[in-house]
Design a protein around this ligand. Structure first.
Ligand code: HPA
Length: 284
């Protein structure tokens, strides 16, 4: 019989966490994973201490353009936070277990809440480029193909064998984000919907986009879901936010083409708003 899929031991996560705890007096309760071009939040941390991924024992290292590859500890609106500037993607060639490695480290640091941001393509016809979507649920396409970071031996010190995912995205945090947007007068940018993860790195075909629309997905992207699965498994509360950076193409006569430049341009335009919203949630 085949051996179980690549297993990362509890001791490995612990080694990373203990090294980090030995390097700083900060004890983060909130972790923030910044999506493509959305790493500016880390620059808002006060009394910050920064670690390059390559300097952290057993931590994976980042390769994609627009991702800095740093873990930043600091204080954000009164909370000790740890911020990932640059995440790991399945399409970079990492195993799905490696992609979510940092989340178990965060849990061992004492983190209770995970905030994940990403850039996503809008599948919902009513969405506009620049909208901000609160993730209320997800569809795990790689999961249907056997790529779930919880596959393999289960370590009960992290969580149960068969974790529930019907409440993956915390209701209270979603309401707080909505209230923040109302107070800031930006609800016209706000959407709430279902995020569909694809493996990437190729953008979707027209038929694939239509398929995902039929499934009830509102936005599509290449990240987030592995981290959320692992976070929920170890009992973290999760807030997920997508910035709609482009509209997917669903018309065979269209001259539009999905491209990374448009994604980065939209993130530059809306990144401050997204940062303000996250800070607002932490303030409540
Ligand atoms: N598809 C997949 N991932 C994405 C997209 C998209 O259209 N936009 C930003 N990330």
């Amino acid at each position: 019989m085949d051996a179980p899929s690549p297993h990362i031991s509890f001791e490995e996560y612990k080694e990373t966490a203990e090294w980090l705890l030995s390097q700083t007096k900060l004890r983060p309760v909130v972790a923030i994973i910044c999506g493509s071009g959305l790493g500016g939040l880390a620059d808002r941390l006060e009394d910050s201490v920064t670690f390059k991924y390559e300097d952290i024992p057993r931590f994976p290292t980042s390769t994609v353009q627009g991702h800095a590859g740093k873990l930043v500890f600091g204080r954000l609106v009164g909370h000790d936070c740890v911020c990932m500037q640059g995440r790991f993607h399945f399409y970079e060639g990492y195993s799905i277990h490696t992609v979510s490695y940092p989340v178990r480290v965060f849990s061992l640091l004492g983190v209770k809440t995970l905030i994940v941001t990403n850039a996503a393509g809008g599948l919902n016809d009513s969405y506009r480029v620049g909208d901000i979507m609160i993730i209320k649920d997800h569809i795990n396409m790689p999961g249907f193909a056997g790529q779930n970071p919880l596959c393999g031996p289960n370590d009960e010190r992290f969580g149960v064998r068969f974790p529930c995912m019907s409440d993956a995205y915390d209701r209270d945090l979603r309401l707080k984000l909505r209230s923040t947007a109302e107070a800031m007068g930006v609800v016209h940018f706000l959407q709430e919907g279902v995020y569909c993860m694809v493996a990437g790195p190729s953008y979707e075909t027209i038929a694939e986009c239509k398929f995902m629309q039929t499934l009830g997905a509102d936005a599509v992207g290449m990240s987030t879901v592995p981290e959320v699965l692992v976070a929920r498994h170890c009992g973290l509360r999760v807030l997920g936010v997508s910035l709609i950076t482009n509209k997917v193409v669903t018309d065979y006569d269209s001259k539009e083409k999905a491209n990374h430049e448009e994604v980065l341009q939209t993130t530059q335009r809306q990144t401050k708003l997204l940062q303000d919203l996250v800070c607002g949630v932490l303030q409540m």
